[in-house]
Ligand binder design. Structure first.
Ligand SMILES: Nc1ncnc2c1ncn2[C@@H]1O[C@H](COP(=O)(O)OP(=O)(O)OP(=O)(O)O)[C@@H](O)[C@H]1O
Length: 265
C-alpha cells in the first residue's frame, strides 16, 4: 500500500519483558493517527519500532515498499542538541539531504524552496539566526519547516506540541491538516486528549502492554481510558494548546484536569 504501513502482531521491548505486544493495525495512506497512552506505556518505543531503530521481538511491519529512512521524523524537543553551530537556513536545507547528499551543492531552486518553507511557518527573515538563539516555539516551527522541505510521504511526530503556546500549536496543527489533505500519512505521539478528539480521526491507545487501535471515538471510551490511565479517570491536558477547556493565556503550560466526558464536549 503506497504511503501506508501495516503492523502484523508486533512486539518490542528492551529487556526480557516486552513493553507491548500483539500490536496489529494499519496506518492507511493519507490517514491522521495519534499514539496515546500514559507515561511509560511505550509510545516512543512504538515510534522507534516504526523507524526501524529497535528490533522487533515478534511480528513484522509491512512498509509498503518504502524505507523508514525516508520518513519525516520530528523527535521530542528534549532529544535535540541545540548547541550545534547551525543557522536556521542550514537546518531547513538539511531536510533536502536526500537530494543534496551530505556535502552536496545547494541549488538556487532548493534555496527558494527553503525560503518558501520558512514563510509557511512564519520564520522569514530569520535565515541567518543560530538555532540555539530561537525560542522553543520558533525552533519547533523550524523543525516543521524542515519536514516541509523533506517532502516525505510518511511523517512521524513525537510530542510535537509540548510546551507550545496556543497560536503556535494552531499554526502547526493547520500544517498537519494540510499534510493530510495532500495524502501524506501522519502519525503523532500526543498527550493532549482533547487535541486528539478534535484533530485526529484515528488513535492507537497503548494500555497495559498492548494497543487499542481504531477510530478515535471508538477507542477513547471511559473504559479504555481508565485502562490506559488508571483508576481516577482524570487526565492532564496541557494548557497552551487551544483545545484545553478554558484555555488560558498563551504559554501557560500548567496541567489541567479533564474528565473523559469533557473530551467529547
Ligand atoms: N533505551 C531503553 N532501555 C531500557 N528501557 C527503556 C529504554 N527506553 C525506554 N525504556 C522503557 O520502556 C518503557 C516505555 O518507554 P517509552 O519511552 O516508550 O514510553 P512513553 O510512552 O513514550 O513514555 P513518556 O510518555 O514518558 O514519554 C518504559 O518503562 C521505559 O523505562
Amino acid at each position: 500500500m503506497a504511503g501506508g504501513l501495516t503492523l502484523h502482531d508486533i512486539a518490542a521491548g528492551y529487556d526480557r519483558t516486552p513493553v507491548w505486544q500483539h500490536v496489529s493495525g494499519t496506518f492507511a495512506p493519507g490517514s491522521l493517527t495519534a499514539i496515546a497512552g500514559a507515561n511509560g506505556a511505550g509510545k516512543s518505543t512504538l515510534v522507534r519500532a516504526l523507524l526501524g531503530e529497535i528490533p522487533l521481538r515478534a511480528g513484522r511491519i509491512d512498509y509498503g515498499g518504502q524505507h523508514p529512512r525516508d520518513f519525516g521524523y520530528l523527535p521530542q524537543a528534549r532529544d535535540i542538541d541545540r548547541t550545534f553551530p547551525l543557522c536556521v537556513a542550514d537546518l531547513v536545507l538539511s531536510g533536502a539531504w536526500r537530494v543534496t547528499g551530505a556535502f552536496g551543492a545547494v541549488s538556487a531552486g532548493l534555496r527558494e524552496r527553503a525560503a518558501h518553507c520558512l514563510r509557511h511557518v512564519r520564520l522569514s527573515g530569520m535565515e541567518e539566526r543560530g538555532i540555539g538563539d530561537l525560542s522553543a516555539g520558533q525552533f519547533q516551527r523550524l523543525l516543521f519547516a524542515r519536514l516541509l522541505m523533506q517532502d516525505a510521504r510518511v511523517i512521524i511526530l513525537d510530542e510535537p506540541f509540548t510546551a507550545l503556546d496556543a497560536p503556535t500549536t494552531r499554526d502547526l496543527l493547520h500544517l498537519v491538516d494540510h499534510w493530510r489533505d495532500e495524502g501524506r500519512t501522519v502519525i503523532a505521539v500526543l498527550h493532549d486528549l482533547r487535541q486528539i478528539t478534535q484533530h485526529f480521526p484515528n488513535v492507537v491507545l497503548l494500555a497495559q502492554g498492548t494497543a487499542h487501535w481504531g477510530p478515535t471515538e471508538a477507542v477513547l471510551t471511559p473504559a479504555l481510558l481508565e485502562r490506559a490511565y488508571g483508576g481516577n479517570a482524570v487526565f492532564a491536558c496541557p494548557m497552551g494548546a487551544d483545545s484545553a477547556p478554558d484555555a488560558g493565556a498563551a504559554g501557560d503550560t500548567r496541567p489541567r484536569d479533564v474528565s473523559p466526558g469533557d473530551l467529547w464536549a
